[in-house]
Design a protein around this ligand. Structure first.
Ligand SMILES: Cc1cc2nc3c(=O)[nH]c(=O)nc-3n(C[C@H](O)[C@H](O)[C@H](O)COP(=O)(O)OP(=O)(O)OC[C@H]3O[C@@H](n4cnc5c(N)ncnc54)[C@H](O)[C@@H]3O)c2cc1C
Ligand SMILES: NC(=O)c1ccc[n+]([C@@H]2O[C@H](COP(=O)([O-])OP(=O)(O)OC[C@H]3O[C@@H](n4cnc5c(N)ncnc54)[C@H](O)[C@@H]3O)[C@@H](O)[C@H]2O)c1
Length: 479
């Protein structure tokens, strides 16, 4: 058994782990990074990048279908070559992965350890059966994995997760996507646009990360115009039937509907990789899901009896499982783990305004914590529909509804939920305003070009401004 002694040991060489490792070294600590799986990160291998590559192909197919609306006639058959689609997805994915691999290979061999790491105690890790690492502080950056109910396993190789999709060499004919969350909606719509028969089936009525009932209802109708989305599908039974899966569920009129699919794509959520890594041998406090409790500002975990030497970052912490948050948390964890190891004070790091984008069409955008996180009665809502919005109509992308929320007491913008064309851009503008604590009146002083989709956002903000002013007049009158 080899032994290694360092200031900081990072478990997991994903986005958060790499950011943590570089930050710890930059802060003057000696560090090692331990990887139990393949190098390359979830984002590049099976996450953000391949999913957006698949969506890009789907959007190209969709654009051909819409061209007639502009008087541009594509005569003859439009054929989707599934092999070519998947070939590009895998080729470009491999290119993104290669950039990560190049960076990882620049890390000196002595600072990189391969193998599954497991805690022995708060300061010690066993890596596979070959290395024991003793470290002044440790960062858990082990990521997450797709999770689905045990009952799905009876479907054998017919149940797949998003990881499997990006290794396909061709497109199947029919896929049932279970779980209308972020992954289910993105992949479900993309597969549909690529000619796969798709049904996206949920439980309980959720649609992606949307918590505003108006936006959710609008999204549900809009997506259903294109493909089957049943957020509360009431699946009675899923059975393997030869090489296919038969799904029995209640149809709209209450009668039984049975449909057959090549695969069930389980998109029922992800679970942090914190089981089986020996956390029971540490002094960490764990939440109900077995995830270490931690302070999101410092990323330091909470230990039973003293200042914890263990930090956590990225999906492993299950706080905001998004790429840019993994990078931020990794950097904060790396800096703080180094400070702790070198006998300095742990400090809060920068946490940015919350933003979420789902790459459907129209896209979903959430800014702030979402409607469900806001105190009832404390805010007003401004609204805009994109159905008659100038630029959106020009582009034939006039589908969408946006709600913006403003704090009644301060007049500040506090969040938004939308299904909108170019929501990725609208959400960024709004997130920047949120982080700068702008009032709605200040936001309306900002320039808006013509004709652009942002004019729609301005209409929503004007509506909100009127409501905030009216509320203030009422308060003044009452006083
Ligand atoms: C299909 C899909 C699409 C996505 N799209 C987006 C998107 O568009 N935008 C966005 O912001 N986010 C997106 N995400 C989320 C984003 O990919 C993750 O939030 C991010 O990759 C998490 O990074 P991480 O460093 O925490 O985990 P990872 O990159 O998974 O790194 C964790 C590493 O730890 C290793 N590991 C685990 N256990 C051990 C152990 N015991 N010992 C040693 N090593 C270990 C793993 O092998 C892995 O390499 C998507 C995710 C998926 C699945
Ligand atoms: N664009 C992006 O930023 C992006 C894209 C993909 C993934 N991600 C990240 O990946 C994470 C995981 O995504 P996800 O879509 O797997 O999880 P999710 O939590 O967003 O969605 C899971 C969905 O499955 C449903 N569900 C759970 N169990 C079910 C069951 N038995 N039957 C039917 N439905 C069921 C839930 O109600 C929910 O709608 C996201 O939270 C996000 O952080 C982000």
């Amino acid at each position: 058994m080899k032994t290694v002694q360092v200031d900081v040991a990072v478990v997991g060489a994903g986005t958060a782990g790499l950011a943590a490792f570089y930050a710890a070294r930059k802060a003057g600590a000696s560090a090692v990074i331990i990887e139990g799986g393949e190098y390359g990160t979830t984002c590049a291998r099976v996450g953000c990048m391949p999913s957006k590559l698949l969506i890009a192909a789907a959007d190209a197919a969709h654009a051909v279908g819409k061209a007639g609306g502009f008087g541009v006639c594509v005569d003859g058959d439009v054929r989707i070559d599934g092999r070519a689609v998947m070939d590009r997805v895998r080729r470009e994915r491999d290119r993104f992965v290669s950039f990560v691999l190049r960076d990882v290979e620049e890390i000196p061999d002595a600072e990189r350890i391969r193998g599954q790491a497991c805690f022995v105690d708060d300061h010690t890790l066993a890596v596979a059966d070959h290395t024991r690492v003793t470290s002044k502080s440790i960062i858990i950056a082990t990521g997450s994995r797709a999770a689905y109910p045990d009952s799905f396993t009876s479907l054998g190789d017919r149940v797949i997760t998003s990881d499997d999709v990006f290794n396909w060499h061709d497109l199947p004919k029919a896929v049932a996507v279970i779980g209308p969350g972020i992954i289910g909606l993105e992949l479900g719509q993309a597969l549909h646009r690529l000619g796969v028969r798709v049904a996206v089936l949920g439980r309980g009525g959720r649609v992606g990360p949307i918590s505003d009932p108006e936006i959710r209802a609008y999204a549900c109708v809009t997506f259903n115009e294109e493909f089957t989305l049943a957020p509360d599908a009431r699946i009675a039974d899923m059975q393997r039937y030869g090489d296919r899966v038969a799904i029995r569920r209640a149809g709209p009129d209450g009668s039984d509907v049975i449909e057959y699919f090549d695969y069930v794509l389980a998109a029922t959520g992800r679970t942090p990789n914190v089981t089986g890594i020996g956390l029971d041998r540490t002094t960490l406090k764990l939440d109900a899901k077995g995830v270490p409790s931690f302070d999101p500002l410092t990323t330091r975990t909470v230990s039973a009896d003293r200042a914890s030497p263990i930090f956590i970052a990225g999906d492993a912490g299950n706080f905001i499982p998004l790429l840019h948050e993994a990078t931020d948390e990794g950097r904060i964890a790396g800096e703080n783990a180094a400070r702790f190891a070198l006998g300095r004070q742990v400090k809060p790091g920068l946490r940015r305004a919350r933003i979420g984008v789902v790459f459907t069409d129209p896209q979903i955008g959430i800014v702030g914590g979402g409607l469900h996180a806001m105190k009832p009665g404390s805010f007003a809502t401004g609204q805009v529909s994109f159905e008659d919005q100038g630029r959106s109509r020009i582009l034939l992308r006039n589908k969408g509804l946006l709600n913006v929320y403003g704090d009644l007491a301060s007049g500040r913008f506090v969040g938004a939920e939308m299904l909108a064309p170019a929501a990725e851009h609208l959400a960024h503008l709004l997130a920047w305003a949120l982080q700068n604590e702008m009032t709605v009146a200040q936001m309306l002083e900002m320039p808006v070009y013509h004709p652009v989709i942002e004019e729609g956002l301005r209409t929503g903000l004007r509506d909100l401004d009127v409501k905030l002013r009216a509320a203030r007049v009422n308060v003044d009158k009452a006083a």
